[in-house]
Design a protein around this ligand. Sequence first.
Ligand SMILES: *Cc1c(COP(=O)(O)O)cnc(C)c1O
Length: 407
Amino acid sequence: MSEQFVPGGAALMAAAEVSSAPTYRPLPVVVASGEGAWLTDVDGHRYLDLLSGYSALNFGHRHPRLIAAAKDQLDRVTLTSRAFHHHRFADFCSELAELCAKDMVLPMNTGAEAVETAIKTARRWGYQVKGVPADQARIVVAAGNFHGRTTTIVGFSDDPAAREGFGPYAPGFDVVPFGDVAALADAVNDRTVAVLLEPIQGEAGVLVPPAGYLAAVRRITAERGALFIADEIQSGLGRTGTTFACEHEGVVPDMYVLGKALGGGVVPVSAVVASREVLGVFTPGSHGSTFGGNPLACAVALEVIAMLRTGEYQRRAAELGDHLLRELSSLSGSGAITAVRGRGLWAGIDIAPRFGSGREVAEALLRRGVLVKDTHGSTIRIAPPLVIEKDEINHALAQFRAVLSDG
Ligand SMILES: *Cc1c(COP(=O)(O)O)cnc(C)c1O
């Protein structure tokens, strides 16, 4: 079991607090390097990273294949804009489409941009294909959603921290409880162009919907002629033990929204992936991005896709995730943990109040060399890199036991 220590870098943390806008309250650690599942701070203390950049680092820090792909591309060409073709673009689009068993890809950079792109796609599709009257399109979303930080997206969030002070909010969204089939069926009508959901709600605390929910969403949207948009930015690309979280219910959405791990933790890469009928609604000039689909992004993402095609990471997430969730559930016997949710290498753990807030537990783990993130007061979220080893998971679990027995 690790000794406790005090992380270094106090001066750098204080300086950051003075000169950076206060949008985050980071844990008190200053990272200087990373490799695989491990980070090292400015004083040389080592930490097991159980957050993985919210699943942007599914392949760990600086995976040799991804760094090699990036370095190779850095020596060729990094940006052309979409005004010209470049040598990685066709392969990136066709291989990502194939991974998703779809026809077309629309690349962007961040997750929020991809969600915005999905919203624009669904509305255009609604007017052109479904025949919704002009400016009447509606999109059904779930309570507790997290889809990014743009003004449109925070307008349909119900998290006050994300939303307050940023109005007026864009109209056209209907919010229903997550996991409630009847509410969803009531909300989808002839003006509904899409249902936009996270198959598992990450930010909300790794909420897995009741069995059959995603299949019901698929059936209802198909019957009523609305698109099913799966925001798999965090749940996708191996995290839950399958390439996409929708696969656990055998569901194929009309549109995948991807991001985070698609860029391998090296560059921001996001995309919307759908059929020709859906993404074909765009025309030159109707949407775009200066950096979207750039050569460096495509080179790294192509390597990510090749790594996912081996199935190794999905398999690791499934096997190690079973172990992790089983061990966490057994910890709940002590009374310190009131609930454990998850799928694959992804878990939300609710901490009993007398053992401290989520933040306090995260800080105690930090002093024992384990990095996690708290959410919504009392929940700890963990999403280790899929390259983590079983003995490293066991090491982290030992630190959890130590922290939760101190209460
Ligand atoms: C992180 C995330 C986003 C936003 O991605 P950014 O790259 O931060 O804009 C959207 N949807 C989900 C489900 C996410 O986890």
